[in-house]
Design a protein around this ligand. Structure first.
Ligand SMILES: Cc1cc2nc3c(=O)[nH]c(=O)nc-3n(C[C@H](O)[C@H](O)[C@H](O)COP(=O)(O)OP(=O)(O)OC[C@H]3O[C@@H](n4cnc5c(N)ncnc54)[C@H](O)[C@@H]3O)c2cc1C
Length: 463
């Protein structure tokens, strides 16, 4: 699949400078190194030049030049990806959207905003707060909107508000041949032809480059409450997830946190948690009475399922502290193991199959004697199994275990990746997940990017 590429010559650098201006083109070692690796365990791989387009037309012109010259282009948001998605495996041009980070227009009456792709979702929400609106997908890190759409990122609020794909209406996309197209529209109902919008969402920069997006917004909820429940076993916690979902209550977050993580969070983040499996939940409502009635039901469900403790709080500071700890659980885990690296999977299954998936992981840990921690967006059937490793032997062992978890998720009707994307590490699972549909994906790639310049080495397994 991967084409032969040409190097970035001094002539190409000159052409890039004429498109972008010298201030937006760099071959400085520091810039190359800063963009050689994301937050995953995958190895760094340097680009030959880093560029910062400041307009959609510039991005499109660079793609036209790169296609004609057969030079790879890897888009870059802010590098928080966890699957090597933005690592420029074949060198070439690294296209960073750091300097296209503005709100283009707030359409407050339509609950929409149009943005440039390099804006961080947290920065966006800070600016939207004065309208009483927010963009709900929340992957924890301050990922860019472009990176979130390209990975179809999700996160803790997906159980109520959906993933990135559910919160975008329209995008402007620069194609490999230099055309700028608009896909989707600002209408919430759309039925005019093929759904190209969602073809580009989740394509990880392999089909086109997102240069603008119109996003759906929702009103900031009036009342919010967090619930923390401890359980005597993983099984009890996971069965409670299914019970809460089945009750008709709509949690805005429903997270499973294993006993090891609870220990690390209470040590490092100052939240009081016993060393037991926990569920962290959040509920949103427009009226206080509705929220309180819902909380009573949640407490009853947890107690019926044998919870050791159930704590509900509407106190904003306490709620924020809890979610801050949850958001930083990955960093806290990494910091707690200074001699280890981690790789993290993100399989997802239908909610009814979630208890079976988790039971499988637990049994496998014992049978294969492999260390793994678990934390996950349980409310939407998504788990992160985190494998620490220091040596090649530990890495290989963890990889075998990871493969078993992925195959189990597929057997249960799920997917190898619920939110982090395929990137480098999951390409090997796509034939098993998609079968002949993978050939259709290859045909689409060939049509939109015949020279294979866009983010090569991602999504499709290579030899
Ligand atoms: C601590 C931590 C917690 C996380 N938690 C979650 C979580 O809960 N849920 C979740 O979904 N993810 C999570 N992530 C992963 C990460 O935040 C997401 O994958 C996010 O979408 C990456 O965005 P980014 O801006 O950093 O993009 P990058 O990592 O820079 O790039 C990601 C992909 O998008 C492509 N890309 C970037 N910009 C564009 C563009 N304009 N056009 C086309 N392609 C583009 C890149 O080529 C690459 O393929 C977490 C990461 C960390 C470090």
């Amino acid at each position: 699949m991967t084409a032969q590429f040409n190097p970035v010559t001094p002539e190409i650098i000159q052409q890039l400078i004429s498109i972008l201006g010298a201030e937006n083109v760099s071959t400085a070692r520091a810039d190359i190194d800063l963009h050689a690796k994301d937050q995953s365990q995958h190895h760094a791989s340097p680009a030959e030049v880093v560029i910062w387009p400041v307009s959609a037309q510039q991005a499109a012109d660079v793609l036209k030049l790169a296609s004609a010259s057969r030079i790879p282009v890897t888009p870059w948001g802010v590098g928080t990806g966890l699957e090597g998605n933005a690592i420029p495996l074949y060198g070439g041009i690294l296209m960073s959207f750091e300097r296209m980070n503005q709100i283009v227009e707030v359409h407050a009456d339509d609950f929409q905003v149009t943005v440039q792709p390099g804006i961080g979702h947290k920065d966006l929400n800070a600016q939207l707060s004065r309208y009483g609106l927010f963009f709900p997908p929340d992957p924890g890190a301050n990922a860019t909107v472009g990176g979130m759409l390209a990975n179809n990122a999700a996160g803790i609020r997906t159980v109520k508000y959906g993933a990135s794909k559910d919160n975008v209406l329209r995008m402007q996309v620069a194609l490999a041949d230099g055309r700028l197209i608009t896909v989707g529209s600002r209408s919430v109902k759309q039925s005019a032809g093929y759904d190209l919008l969602h073809l580009f969402v989740g394509s990880e920069g392999t089909l086109g480059v997102i240069t603008e997006a119109t996003l759906k917004l929702v009103p900031v909820p009036q009342f919010m409450s967090a619930v923390v429940a401890a359980f005597p076993s993983v099984k009890a916690a996971i069965e409670t997830v299914v019970a809460v979902r089945g009750s008709g209550l709509e949690p805005a977050a429903l997270e499973f946190v294993d006993a090891s993580h609870c220990h690390m969070l209470s040590e490092a983040a100052g939240v009081e948690l016993s060393e037991d499996p926990h569920l962290f939940m959040e509920f949103h409502a427009a009226q206080e009475a509705t929220l309180e009635a819902g909380l009573e039901i949640v407490k009853e469900i947890c107690q019926e399922m044998g919870a050791l403790s159930v704590r509900a709080t509407a106190d904003t500071a306490e709620r924020k502290k809890l979610w801050h700890a949850r958001h930083h659980s990955y960093e806290i885990m990494v910091r707690s193991h200074p001699d280890k690296q981690f790789f993290i999977n993100d399989v997802a299954v239908p909610i009814s199959a979630y208890p079976e998936l988790i039971a499988f992981v637990q049994a496998m840990k014992v049978e294969d004697q492999v260390t793994a921690y678990m934390i996950g967006h349980a409310g939407d059937g998504n788990i992160h199994v985190e494998f620490p490793f220091a040596t090649r032997e530990e890495y290989d062992k963890a990889m075998v275990a990871n493969g078993k978890v992925v195959m189990k998720a597929l057997e249960l009707g799920g997917t190898c990746t619920g939110e982090h994307g395929v990137g480098i590490g999951k390409a090997k699972y796509l034939p098993a997940e998609h079968g002949p549909a993978l050939d259709v994906m290859r045909s689409l790639k060939q049509t939109l990017d015949p020279n294979g310049i866009l983010n090569p080495g991602k999504i499709f397994p290579e030899g």
